[in-house]
Design a protein around this ligand. Sequence first.
Ligand code: NAD
Length: 504
Amino acid sequence: MSTHTEVNVPALGKINLPTGLFINNEWVPAKSGETFDTVNPATGEKLVAVAHAGKEDVDAAVAAARKAFKTTWGRKIAGAERGALLNKLADLLERDAEKVAAIESLNSGKGVRIAREGDVGDSVACLRYYAGLADKIFGQTIDQFGDEKICYTLHQPIGVCGQIIPWNYPLLMWAWKVGPALAAGCCVVMKPSELTPLTALMLCDLAKEAGIPAGVINTVPGLGATTGEIISRHLDIDKVAFTGSVGTGRRISVAAAESNLKKVTLELGGKSPLLIFDTADLEEAANWTSLGIWFNSGQDCCASSRIYVQETVYDKFLEVLKRRAEAAAIGQPHDEKTSFGPLISAGQRDKVLSYINSGKEQGARIVTGGQKWPQSNGGFWVEPTIIADVDESMKVVQEEIFGPVIVAAKFKTEEEAIELANNTTYGLAAGVFTNDARQMTRISGALDAGTVWCNQYGLLHAGVPFGGFKQSGIGRELGTYGIEAYTQVKAVHQNLSQTIEWPL
Ligand code: NAD
């Protein structure tokens, strides 16, 4: 079976894409010869068949990663050199931004301009941020024992890390995982989502070109229940870093516990609340709310999917927001003007439509949207949708929809707003719009969320940590917290003059 496939890419023509497994810096087919298909979400048609990694393939990838960890990476290379290689990788990604963005757009359905300026741009920035941190990893000196001894801590790389990522930001989630892992000195066995494996595979060629040694990055595409499960249960993987749904996060935790108690970090889902007070600038708040819910067609873990609006401005705000929904730049992914593309799959589209129906059945009001986009043809679009007058018992309020659907309800007082916002099992993000600075401080302290945006929404930065309270996850990515998640602390006691008598 071939490890590369020619694909026709809008505006770029035919490109020969890697579709095999990347193990020890070489492209190989799956040992079993098995493949799975990945689909174009804008047409519903098959894009390419990709190699499906099985147990033997994952074993080979782990062995290559372990060897690199012991010989060319890990503690065998200076942090500054790791940083230089990551910077080189970032430069190559920037050089190939057009091509990588075109493939990201084709495989995930997002608008090509968004893919280039957002996904590729932010991935380059993330790699550079961690390149800069690679030689700034240090512990403590505990020098409080007089002449007897000195103690210090070493922050050492954890080792071989399995990394399992989702389909909504295939390239950016790759950068969030690979950047800190490599900067810390870890080696990686990466499993991209079966729905969007293409850019993770392209990045392997760039890593090799950058000079990153063989075995440091290995990529094993495959399904969750097979390849993902094999990684989570592998006895020679030291950590799994996962981004995806709560259900899968739970399964990975169990697999890790039942195998070698590998360390686990989880970035999971959300049902993030946004509070809008009557002192806020409603036009401005509507712009940020729209970005929060309709960016990436709502397929965003920190989407502002529940809004609570003070009753005095509830109707007015919904009117302004409705205008924003109807002005969304919905269109074909390859069109430079598009910022709202199709959902990732027919299954995801049908799930979103069934949530909209359940909202209707439970008595909520559809303000706008609620249907497939009329020009969908074979693609998976759902219109930007607002569901108003919801109450806390409804499924659309309690469950993550992961589509372009926002639910709205009103509140009277600040206390009530906080209570409604925190009435969820999730705790990934939250937002508040108010012009009262003291209220902003009170509320950001009271919200149960790993990120709180005040008078804006949805903007992330490589230097600022991100992760969940409650069932939205364990651990943090980004910032210096993100690199800590790939190191482990060793305490060294160094005797200078202590002696003991034996027996005691
Ligand atoms: P998913 O959990 O279905 O899949 C994510 C990844 O896990 C995929 O690579 C999949 O193949 C793999 N997987 C599935 N079953 C597995 C198993 N049993 N063992 C090991 N791996 C398995 O999630 P998704 O549908 O791809 O992504 C959507 C979800 O991800 C949403 O809930 C969203 O909120 C969440 N998400 C969270 C963040 C964050 O940073 N918190 C970011 C993006 C997405």
